[in-house]
Design a protein around this ligand. Sequence first.
Ligand code: NOJ
Length: 595
Amino acid sequence: MTIETSPEPGLPDTAVTDAQPTETLIATGGEWWRSAVIYQIYPRSFADDDGDGIGDLVGITKRLDALAELGVDAIWLSPFMTSPQHDAGYDVADYCDVDPLFGTLADFDAMLEKAHALGIRLIVDLVPNHTSWDHAWFQEALAAPEGSPERDRYMFHDGKGPNGDEMPNNWESVFGGPMWERTTNPDGTPGQWYLHIFDKSQPDLNWENPWVREQFHGILRFWLDRGVDGFRVDVAHGLIKEAGLPDYTPPEDAGSMGGGAADALVGLEPGIDADADADPATPPYWAQDGVHEIYRGWHAVLEEYDGERVLCAEAWVEPLTKLARWVRPDEMQQAFNFTYLSAGWSAPELRSVIDGSIAAFATVGAPSTWVLSNHDVVRHASRLALTAENLQGAGIGPNSPGLPDTAVGLRRARAATAVMLALPGSAYIYQGEELGLPEDIYLPDEARQDPTWFRTNHEKYGRDGCRVPIPWEAGAPTYGFGPADGAASWLPQPADWDVYARSSQQGVAGSTLELYKLALRLRAAHALGTGTLEWLGGYGPEVVAFRNGDVTVIANTGSTPVELPVERSADDVLLATEPLTEAALPADTAVWLRS
Ligand code: NOJ
């Protein structure tokens, strides 16, 4: 049997075979978040309107039309609140205001209004595990005596040893170095220690304290009153620590980032069995049972508001059966599926993790929330072609082993995205992946800003390589990220990014941008987000093949072409991530066919 894949007369010989006028399509069926495609904006790297080299809210507002044209249902906006920016805004000094770097509350309101007018919902990032050390609560705690209510808002502890010189325990910060910092008393003598899972500028709040819980209910209402559609909750598995703060040493092969990767991703080497019920020893600072009560409270706050508001957990928790606890009916609505993100470009791994995910979330009536890239991980256009182990959070730079081949990475990324966007459930897209952007491996050392780079004494490159401002216009200064007469971008952009610029891809059939637009349009038209997955066999071990409603998806993760044992015409090819010139599916390629 053969497959007829040559393009129809008059159609370009490219991957895009279903060009239609662009329109905004909102996913239908059940609550919107069950099937939504949500686009992550990392504000400092999206669009710079005022020309200071850092993206801002007005810049976002002016570029929203491009996202409507892309066809996303919602935006997740990474932190834009007042912050000294020691961790790119994940160190918040005022939860109810906009950092002047990014604009004002009025700019926020205008952005939200325009997004809603375009049919795009908005989820904001909330960082409850820790504040900035500049937050008034922490400053008041430092000024207050030991044992005071102000100190009880945070995790202050006496040191061990006769003079309290030793840290309260042996915990290691996610960013490297110890998880404790010693304070200095007003009289200059050494004081208590405080806990910080991340940087020392990010002291952990004490979530056992009802006062802290009340403050956050107020913060949720502040943004809900402004009309946001929900929250992405940072480190949603870290708020409660095991009583007594026992010593803990993570396994050596653990990754380091994201709040849980340090320990939760143990076992994610190729060949992971996502169904395995093994529960890696729970570190005393992650995934403690007590966090769930907090989210039940937040769920109730969201219920006070009309519409379908959403909480999405950033929780690096394994196994999936455990992660599913974050999305029980009275808790959050979504939890990023980092087990899926961490899977290699391997059909057995993908089948296993997809099966395990759907089964685990189904037990609590939740969708899976698929994701391949974000601001904490190596972009999947590079990650999927790494040939050496790269622990999550480590990043890649010039001296990393197993650096990716750019062309192979992009090819795999396009195919991986085509698989992800055909799956039932919700999916997140990270800004720039629709352009096929690779990780910027060759950022100059002196430009790097991630605390990981500094706290590991440059041993780990960290996450700057996926945070470089995105290119809008080929040939323009900063590729149109900022105005022509504006400052250089806060992280330098590579000199060879013209080819990735939106202007280079817009309307170019087969470009990664047009591939994303096509996939999103077809996903909505065929209701794939609310569909049901049915595995198809017979294509060999290196192929992922399934049917979702009236669409058949076949992805070849292997290095040799795979026969497509069905008779089809060119009309039946809805989408192909590479040109199909023969009766076979090339390596690292995915197709969507009419079933
Ligand atoms: C997870 C965020 O995604 C990451 O960027 C941040 O550094 C840590 N949490 C700490 O807030």
